[in-house]
Design a protein around this ligand. Structure first.
Ligand SMILES: [Zn+2]
Length: 332
């Protein structure tokens, strides 16, 4: 009996690698972040590539998995996607090949990162190692890393999104940055309803790509997430406006502002609740035009899938952030 139990235990241990448990066990978001961070730090120890570079690429690729139908939803800790054909080598007749020797022979990018004798697309450490090996062919300093990214993705915007992620991760020293904030402080008077997709007349026929939050002139406008200021300036539709790309590759657009927070600049890291400007009614004309409509914050959200960007309805998110913040302030 005892022997059988021991055997059963050995068998269980053999077939449960720590990374396969991800799907079965329900890990909390924080536990997932901790385990993921361990993988990045291990890779950094082995390669000297800063963990936040690896985290930044992985996070960008995770956003693509949610935004694209041709990618599987994340099923493990690492989301970096690799083509099966490139993994095994372009001339490899065996698309399922997991043998590191034949993969190398056919010049595949597949690697055996955890030394289990297999180079598997289902293994987080194998994928990370394949990616770090690619980066190492360029170099680990910022310029070489950017060059490696450019050759990998062939898209300037992708390079800048990933470098933005890296800057945020480096600054906070963690990847656990999912906190959000409502764009207006709840203690002020404001009102909003769902008008996403409504027709808008000024400047030709357009649809309304956002939610309008009506409030008085000068009511503080705040960043809703961790992110990077990607754009700041005037546009004849939006007036004084700010664009922030968050850590999930969602672009947040704040328009018709009365002005900007002091010293705010493009490329700067922001965090949820940080003051970025004030509610106004700027826009619908040349720079400085104001008062053509009641003061409000136009808040838009856009998703990027690695090729293009599209608007989606921010209203449900605003409601959720407002609710979360109200609950938090009650607890205090
Ligand atoms: Zn609007």
């Amino acid at each position: 009996m005892y022997k059988r139990l021991v055997m059963a235990f050995v068998v269980i241990c053999l077939f449960t690698s720590p990374y396969q448990t991800f799907a079965e066990e329900k890990l909390s978001e924080e536990q997932i972040h901790t385990k993921r961070m361990e993988l990045f730090q291990k890779a950094e120890a082995l390669t000297q590539i800063p963990w936040y570079y690896l985290a930044a690429v992985d996070q960008y690729e995770r956003s693509l998995r949610f935004a694209r139908k041709d990618r599987e939803k994340p099923t493990s800790l690492i989301s970096i996607h690799m083509d099966q054909e490139k993994w095994v080598g372009p001339l490899n007749p065996n698309l399922e090949d997991e043998n590191p020797k034949t993969i190398t022979l056919f010049q595949g990018v597949g690697r055996d990162g955890d030394y289990d004798g297999k180079a598997s697309l289902k293994n987080d450490e194998d994928i990370l190692t394949a990616f770090t090996d690619y980066v190492l062919t360029y170099g680990i300093d910022r310029d070489n890393f950017k060059l490696a990214l450019w050759n990998y993705y062939k898209r300037d915007k992708t390079v800048s999104i990933i470098m933005g992620n890296a800057k945020i991760y480096k600054q906070y020293g963690t990847i656990h940055l999912n906190q959000k904030a409502f764009p207006l402080p709840l203690r002020f008077n404001y009102s909003y309803r769902n008008t996403w997709g409504d027709a808008r007349g000024w400047g030709g026929r357009r649809i309304h790509e956002g939610t309008d939050l009506f409030a008085d002139y000068g009511v503080p406008v705040r960043a809703t997430s961790y992110g990077i200021i990607e754009m700041k300036g005037w546009n004849r539709y939006g007036g004084w406006r700010i664009g922030i790309r968050d850590i999930n590759n969602t672009y947040h657009y704040f328009a018709h502002l009365s002005g900007f927070a002091k010293d705010l600049q493009v490329g700067q890291v922001v965090e949820p609740g940080m003051l970025i400007g004030g509610v106004g009614s700027s826009g619908y004309g040349p720079p400085g035009t104001s008062g053509k409509f009641p003061p409000h914050l136009h808040y838009g959200m856009y998703k990027d899938n690695g090729y293009t960007e599209w608007s989606f309805d921010p209203y449900p998110h605003l409601r959720m952030w407002e609710r979360q913040e109200r609950m938090k302030s009650r607890k205090r």
